[in-house]
Design a protein around this ligand. Structure first.
Ligand code: UTP
Length: 297
């Protein structure tokens, strides 16, 4: 059976966005008209994911509530003659079964993925970070492409990469490709936050992965690394060192990654999504033009 299970870690504390994230999940922050994590789920549904496991943590119940069917709200919209708003709730009917597990201690992304092990067992699965949108309005098919490549190869993992400007490699896990870099390439290593001079490429890990269950054994053996957390990158490096094939897939130019993990990237992403809004985008663009003139004076 084709890979149809995705693990979406949403348990991080989002400390870089405090105080915004003190009592609301960063994955529920607005991005234009929708919360960030709704784009992630809609992208996965389009790519054939039928089962979705959220790894949640303290203060994240808003995510569970968001994906529930709210019969009371639907009745009230009907009773008050606001039927036209029902289309805004269509995402509730997405053909996906939701599952939830908890990361009881925030020990990093690798640990969050390991928390999925009792549910995932011996299946291959997708990991999609709940705080990253791929493509304007999440119009990306990269996960479907990755699943296809994963199934037609014998690899243990396949990871999405985005080309970033050379000076930005210091913020990301960077690919060290083996051989030529095509749309799909083999990984020799992954270097976490290298200096500009050390960086073996400008291809940065981009929030989407497909894993065989072999990743769990590596995560079990991965010691705490940077920030005293269990890093997913370290477990992927272990897979490569054990001689397993790990592939990379390059995001297409229209599949830009919108990461909302810090204020700069969140503000930029929000501005772009709002300016692309069908209804209010054009007036916002005009207003932004006026504001730019004022701020540049
Ligand atoms: P980040 O690496 O941005 O970490 O998470 P964070 O803890 O949320 O944020 P900061 O660094 O404190 O600001 C990337 C994704 O992995 C999840 C997050 O919820 C986010 O979707 N994550 C991270 C977990 O599920 N558990 C963790 O322990 C860490």
């Amino acid at each position: 059976m084709s890979v149809d299970l995705a693990v979406v870690p949403v348990a991080g504390r989002g400390t870089r966005l405090l105080p915004l994230t003190k009592s609301q999940p960063k994955e529920m922050l607005p991005m234009g008209r929708k919360p960030v994590v709704q784009y992630v789920v809609e992208e996965l549904a389009r790519c054939g994911i039928g089962r979705l496991l959220f790894v949640t943590g303290p203060g994240k119940t808003a995510i569970e509530n968001h994906f529930d069917i709210d019969a009371e709200l639907i009745d009230s919209l009907r009773a008050t003659g606001k039927e036209e708003l029902l289309t805004e709730l269509a995402f509730e009917r997405e053909d996906i079964e939701y599952f939830y597990t908890r990361q009881r201690r925030q020990l990093g992304l690798g640990h969050a993925v390991l928390c999925a092990r009792p549910v995932v067992g011996s299946q291959s699965f997708v990991v999609a970070l709940g705080d990253s949108i791929i493509g304007m309005h999440a119009q990306s098919e990269v996960v479907a492409t990755m699943i296809e490549k994963f199934e037609s190869s014998r690899c243990a993992a396949i990871i999405a990469f985005e080309e970033v400007p050379r000076e930005e490699v210091v913020h990301y896990g960077i690919a060290q490709p083996r051989g030529q870099i095509d749309d799909v390439f083999e990984l020799d290593d992954l270097i976490e936050k290298p200096t500009v001079d050390e960086a073996p490429s400008n291809l940065a890990v981009a929030a989407r992965y497909v894993f065989s269950p072999a990743i769990f054994d590596c995560l079990e053996k991965t010691p705490r690394g940077k920030g005293n957390e269990i890093q997913l990158t370290d477990a992927v490096r272990m897979l490569i060192r054990e001689g397993r094939q790990v592939l990379g897939v390059r995001l297409m130019p229209h599949e830009q990654r919108f990461d909302i993990g810090n204020f700069e990237s969140y503000f930029l992403a929000f501005a772009e999504f709002a300016m692309a809004d069908e209804q209010y985008g054009p007036s916002l663009q005009r207003r932004m033009g006026e504001l730019l003139e004022r701020y540049q004076r």
